[in-house]
Design a binder for this molecule. Structure first.
Ligand code: APR
Ligand code: ZN
Ligand code: ZN
Length: 361
């Protein structure tokens, strides 16, 4: 028997989203039915709505989510009904070359639930990032669920499922920020502030936040930035060099996804410094860099995919650090809203008024 729930659906490119009835099948083998408690509104949801990711409308939006497992299908051993879980984009296979070499975030054979959620008339829905959590319940592959300590507020926990994890992981997992490092973060939205938080957690000495919006810079300070540069009025590269004794930063994280800021990140690094690209570019974008600078300055240029995270390692660890008072994840939650407020939340996001609006059930 499918469950009938309310969900936020995007029916066509650019159309306002609507709250409508969604049918969620009972879990089959390897699947879990999750009662969603909270789901953050992320840029990727807006990209889906605007047709920037694909043309598989209608989409069931929402993917930064936490909730309680309601039922599991056959062959599910890692999670059980009653478990409080954070959802991740894809279950990994554990068998492919990437998985076996310890880089499961690049798994070649990730999967989501096999059965499809539908509209009331039977139309198949495409769940955003294989999750679809702007709904009272959703169906995922059991491997998309990571059990964490249920003492954390669901609205805070869900954010680890996407942007905040991408940022924290970009600093810690990809950038390898260490004690005493100088770090610069270019672009201080949810992802960039995650990187600021990650750098602080890793013991960075100097954390320079760069943005074009003073409000964002103020928030970055709350997450642990020691210095800020408004790159609308000052030169970001010069500013970062000045604040690091003329050297440039040990680790520079780019969290926007534009050629100009990728370039700034590249020139703002110290000799042998690490540049971490976490902002997602569009297919047309090209990067043009002087080869002699690449050669002459050493260091490394890395991209970070989902913060190169291992959900089963990183989600419980970050939740426990938060519960220990060492990771103020709750500061990302600018407002909690209802399912009917997602369209308005997209507008606030576009105007830079919020870090995260979170739908709570
Ligand atoms: N220089 C400096 N800051 C900029 C610039 C610029 N040229 N352009 C935009 N910004 C700032 C914005 O003011 C904003 O604070 O970058 C920040 C981007 O944040 P969000 O739009 O909230 O995006 P976020 O959710 O953090 O994601 C950042 O990572 O995962 C990817 O697709 C995602 O590419 C996006 C990036
Ligand atoms: Zn794999
Ligand atoms: Zn997201």
């Amino acid at each position: 028997m499918a469950s009938s729930v309310q969900g936020v659906v995007s029916r066509g490119k650019g159309q306002p989203v609507e709250v409508t009835e969604v049918l969620v099948p009972d879990p089959g083998p390897g699947e879990a039915l999750v009662r969603i408690q909270a789901c953050g509104v992320c840029h990727t949801d807006l990209h889906y709505k605007m047709g920037g990711i694909g043309d598989d409308f209608p989409y069931l939006l929402g993917h930064e989510a936490a909730g309680v497992v309601e039922a599991v299908g056959d062959n599910v051993t890692d999670v059980a009904p009653g478990d409080f879980v954070i959802l991740n984009w894809r279950a990994v296979c554990g068998q492919c070359r990437a998985c076996k070499r310890g880089r499961p975030w690049y798994c070649f054979a990730t999967h989501n639930a096999t059965q499809k959620m539908t509209l009331a008339d039977g139309t198949t829905l495409s769940p955003a990032l294989g999750i679809g959590a702007f709904a009272e319940k959703t169906l995922v592959a059991a491997g998309q669920c990571t059990k964490v300590n249920p003492a954390i507020a669901p609205a805070t926990a869900g954010l680890l499922g996407c942007g905040v994890m991408a940022g924290i992981g970009a600093a810690i997992n990809t950038g390898g920020v260490g004690r005493g490092d100088t770090v610069a973060v270019i672009g201080c939205g949810g992802v960039g502030d995650g990187a600021v938080l990650g750098a602080r957690l890793a013991g960075a000495k100097t954390i320079i936040a760069v943005d074009v919006d003073d409000r964002k810079l103020e928030w970055a300070r709350e997450f642990g930035a020691t210095h800020t540069i408004n790159s609308r009025t000052a030169d970001a590269v010069e500013g970062i060099r000045e604040l690091t004794g003329g050297f440039g930063a040990d680790v520079v994280v780019e969290a926007i996804g534009r050629p100009e800021t990728y370039k700034q990140a590249f020139f703002a690094r110290d000799l042998a410094g690490t540049v971490v690209l976490v902002g997602v570019p569009t297919p047309e974008m090209q990067l043009d860099l002087p080869l002699l600078e690449v050669f002459g300055r050493g260091g490394s240029l890395k991209s970070s995919w989902y913060g190169d995270c291992l959900p089963s390692r990183d989600f419980p660890m970050l939740v426990d650090l938060h519960l220990d008072g060492r990771l103020p994840l709750e500061k990302f939650v600018s407002e909690t809203i209802g399912l009917g407020d997602v369209e308005a939340a997209f507008e606030k996001m576009e105007h830079g008024e919020v870090l995260r609006s979170v739908v709570v059930f």
